[in-house]
Design a protein around this ligand. Structure first.
Ligand SMILES: [Zn+2]
Length: 389
């Protein structure tokens, strides 16, 4: 085929311009729609350079193939391992980059849907509970999309997320935190009779949530609870996640207490999204670590550590999300603490400190449990380094 070159006109030129416009290399405009003008030539050169092709400003067979591959946007078609001629395109490259970010082995992001990419997709599907057929259709694409920007893995990605948080500034002012008191309505959660009284998880965690709401609101945070103290019915976890998404929450904190037949089971544990197989929400994991460390340091609850889970609540939320099990209601030790309002205040203080640390520059970090939130807030407002006290 004769290269399409400057000065040419016609439907082929119109198509080339459309692809270049889609790649943001050419400004969209009504003029010169089918003319290979100077702007088109510049765009073709830029495109060739970006793809490692020889830069001559003309569209020969090789550049044409590259342009044709570039028109595919991820999600526009189903991707699969085709034999003998594998699918190629920008959509394949985007998919490979996403999978690499999440820690799957696709080799190099070469825009070719080969056997290695297919295997990586199958592994991803298996971990997400989808049919592991190694092809990327609407369902797999939907899962990728729902995971959104929060699911990442690997050090470079972690640093990028941390940078974004750092650039957002240290202040909590104007952030939206959604607090999710677990259970409610017809579902009381863990219930423990205590003489004429009965302690219920749903009531305790709602009390904690309202205390947390008050403390965060005082720090200038917009706070929303997923339920009131006595809802008619129990909102499913998927709907709690949707609510947080629709509110554009920056942070999601779900509060529960644990229960076990053995009264000796006790302690606090924090959960974040992850498959336990390398796929994790880096920011969720960080928030979980902060919450867990602050609570253990400030309350003396036994450290049952942080864990990755694929629960809907954590999977469907698009922001750093954690679920904290603040002690066992069935443990006489933990229960004795939880029913004390002053202890609940200490718990809440620990969670506020953890959220504050999420948005606090890392270089100014101070030892866990060693600062009080008002000192931290004052120091942030003054823009100076805080010393431990
Ligand atoms: Zn619960």
């Amino acid at each position: 085929m004769r290269p399409i070159r400057p000065g040419d006109r016609g439907p082929a030129v119109r198509e080339i311009r459309a692809v270049l416009t889609g790649l943001d290399l050419l400004a969209a405009g009504p003029s010169a729609g089918d003319e290979f003008d100077a702007d088109t030539e510049r765009a073709v050169r830029a495109f060739q350079q970006s793809r490692g092709l020889s830069v001559d400003g003309r569209v020969g067979a090789e550049t044409w193939r590259a342009l044709d591959a570039a028109r595919w946007r991820l999600g526009a078609r189903t991707l699969y391992h085709a034999v003998p001629e594998p699918l190629t395109g920008e959509d394949v490259r985007s998919l490979q980059e996403r999978l690499l970010e999440m820690g799957y082995d696709v080799g190099r992001a070469d825009a070719v849907y080969g056997v290695r990419t297919s295997r990586a997709v199958a592994q991803f599907q298996r971990e997400m509970g989808l049919k592991p057929d190694g092809s990327c259709g609407p369902q797999t694409m939907g899962t990728l999309r729902r995971l959104g920007r929060k699911v990442v893995g690997g050090r470079p990605q972690w640093l990028r997320e941390s940078d974004a948080i750092r650039q957002a500034g240290p202040a909590l002012v104007g952030r939206t935190v959604v607090i999710d008191p677990g259970h409610g309505g017809t579902d009381p959660g863990v219930v423990v009779p205590d003489g004429p009284l009965r302690w219920t998880e749903a009531d305790l965690v709602h009390d904690l949530a309202s205390r947390l709401e008050g403390r965060l609101a005082a720090a200038g945070v917009r706070v929303q609870l997923t339920r009131g103290p006595t809802p008619h019915s129990c909102l499913p976890d998927a709907e709690r996640a949707q609510l947080a998404n629709s509110l554009g929450a920056d942070v999601f904190i779900s509060l529960h207490t644990d229960g076990h037949a053995n009264p000796e089971a006790e302690g606090v544990a924090t959960y974040h999204y992850g498959t336990g197989n390398g796929v994790t929400s880096a920011t969720g994991e960080r928030l979980a670590g902060l919450v867990q460390r602050e609570i253990v340091a400030r309350t003396g609850l036994r450290d049952c550590r942080t864990h990755a889970k694929t629960w809907e609540l954590l999977r469907l939320t698009r922001m750093p999300a954690v679920r904290v099990e603040v002690g066992y209601l069935t443990s006489p030790t933990d229960r004795g603490r939880l029913v004390d309002p002053r202890f609940r205040d200490r718990l809440v203080e620990a969670i506020v400190a953890a959220v504050q640390r999420m948005y606090f520059p890392i270089e100014r970090d101070v030892p866990t449990g060693s600062i009080d939130v008002s000192a931290l807030r004052a120091a942030v407002a003054a823009g100076r380094r805080v010393g431990a006290n």
